[in-house]
Design a protein around this ligand. Sequence first.
Ligand SMILES: Cc1cc2nc3c(=O)[nH]c(=O)nc-3n(C[C@H](O)[C@H](O)[C@H](O)COP(=O)(O)OP(=O)(O)OC[C@H]3O[C@@H](n4cnc5c(N)ncnc54)[C@H](O)[C@@H]3O)c2cc1C
Length: 472
Amino acid sequence: MSALDNLPVVVIGAGPVGLAAAAHLHERGIAFTVLEAGDTAGAAVRQWGHVRVFSPWRYNIDPAARRILEDAGWVAPDADALPTGGELVAGYLQPLAELPALKHHLRYGARVEAISRLGLDRLRTAGRETTPFLIRLADGEELLARAVIDASGTWGIPNVLGASGLPARGEADVAAYREHALPDVLGQARDRFAGRHTLVVGAGHSAANTLLSLAELAGSTPGTEVTWAIRSASPSRTYGGGDADALPARGALGSRLRAHVDAGRIRLLTGFSVQALTPAGDRVSVAVRHTAGGEEAITVDRIVAATGFRPDHSITAELRLDLDPVMGATRALAPLIDPNEHSCGTVPPHGVDELAHPETGYYAVGMKSYGRAPTFLMATGYEQVRSVVAALAGDWQAARDVQLDLPETGVCNSNPDDSATGDSCCGSTSATEPTGRGLATGISGGLLAAPLGLVTLDAAPADAATGGCCGS
Ligand SMILES: Cc1cc2nc3c(=O)[nH]c(=O)nc-3n(C[C@H](O)[C@H](O)[C@H](O)COP(=O)(O)OP(=O)(O)OC[C@H]3O[C@@H](n4cnc5c(N)ncnc54)[C@H](O)[C@@H]3O)c2cc1C
C-alpha cells in the first residue's frame, strides 16, 4: 500500500475538459476533487458566452459526461446545432456540474497557485513517484493528491501586444484601456465602444469577429471608429477565400470584413507592430512600427488584444516537466500540433503517452496541453482525459486505444497571433505526414456558422492536406 492510495486525483479547472475528466473518474470509481478558480462551472467559457462556436453539439459533449447526464434524465440538445458559449454552459456544463456524482467533489473559488511533491523540491529524486502531490491554493490552503489532471486552460493568460513576445513599452500602464479578446461589443460591453475609437490587434478569427461587431456598432452609433493592425503584409488569410472559399459561411463573412475595409469603415494597418503605449489624457497613444520602416502614433480609446493565449506554467515550476521549447506542450505532442509545421492543424489521436511528463502522475490536458498552438478542440480534450483516466485506473489497454473523430473543416490555421505562421494560410509544407485535421481555437461561429462534417482520424484521410483553404 502506497501513501498515494487513499488520496484523490485532483482536477484543476471545471471547464469542458476538467468536467469531462471528472465524469471519467466517477465512472472508473476513482476518488477526485475538482478545483475551480471561478464561481461557476465553465467560468472561462462564460466569458465568451456571446460567441457562437463552430463545432456542433455532437462534438462538444464528452461521452462519459453524456452517459451520466442521460442516466439522470438529461436530454441532449440538437446534435447539429451550434451553441453559443453561454448555451454550452447552460445546456451542458452546468447540468453536468450539478449532478450529485460531480457536485460534491467540485470546489469553486479554489485557485491553484502552485503544485509540488510533499516535502520534495524539484531536485529531490528518491521516493518521488510514491510521494503525494502538494497543491497550494491562493488562500494558502494545501491539499494532497495521488495525481493531478491540469485542465486550467489558457483563457486567463492573453498574449501581449508587443511583437517580440514581450510586452510593448508601457503596456502594463495602459491595462485600463486594454480589452481581453472577444469583448461583447454589441451586448454588455457596448458602452465601452459606442462613439469611441478602438484599435483591434491580431489577424485571427477572434479579431475578425470583434471587427465585424465594431463595424455594426459604427453603423448605428456616430463617432465609433475602428482601426485594425496586423503584422503580416496582407489580410488575405483573415478574409478567407470569398466566393471560392470551401466554407461558404466563412467566405461570406470574410467578404463582409473586406467590404468594411474597402469602404473605409475599418482602417487597416498592415505590416505593423505595436512598440509602445502611453496614457494620453483619458485615451491611449499607440506607437506602431511598419516593417518596411517608419513609425506612426495612433490615439485611441480602447485596444482589443486579439493576439492569442499562452499557458500558465508558473504553477508547475516545482514539477519535472519536459516541455517543447516552442509550443510549451509535451515534446511528444508538440510536433503533432505545431502550426509552423502543420499548415492544416493536423491532429492525430493522442492520449496518456503523448501527455506524460517525467513527473509521474501530472498531466496537462485540454486547451493547456496544446501550449501556444491554436488548434485545440473540445473533442480532442475529451479523448485525452478518457485515456489519462484509464491509465490512472491501470487499464493501459483502454488508455492506449486512442480514437478521435473531429469535425472536418478547411481552416488551416486561425492563429490569432499571425506571426506564428506568416501570411499564408497554407504557406508551409508539413514535414510530418498529416493524419487528420484540426480546427483553430477562437474561431467564432459568426465566421463558420455551418455544421461541419465528420473525419475519422485513425488513418490519414486521402485529402487531409487538401481541404478548404489548403486545397481549393
Ligand atoms: C471563442 C472561442 C471559441 C471556441 N470554439 C470552439 C469550438 O467551436 N469547438 C471546440 O471544440 N473548441 C472551441 N474552442 C476551444 C476550446 O475547446 C475551448 O476554449 C474550451 O473551453 C477549452 O476547454 P478547457 O476545459 O481546456 O479550458 P477552459 O474552458 O478554459 O477551462 C479552464 C478552467 O480552469 C479554471 N482555472 C484556470 N486557472 C485555474 C487555476 N489556477 N486554479 C483553478 N482553476 C483554474 C478556469 O476558471 C476555467 O474554468 C473555442 C475557444 C474560444 C476561446
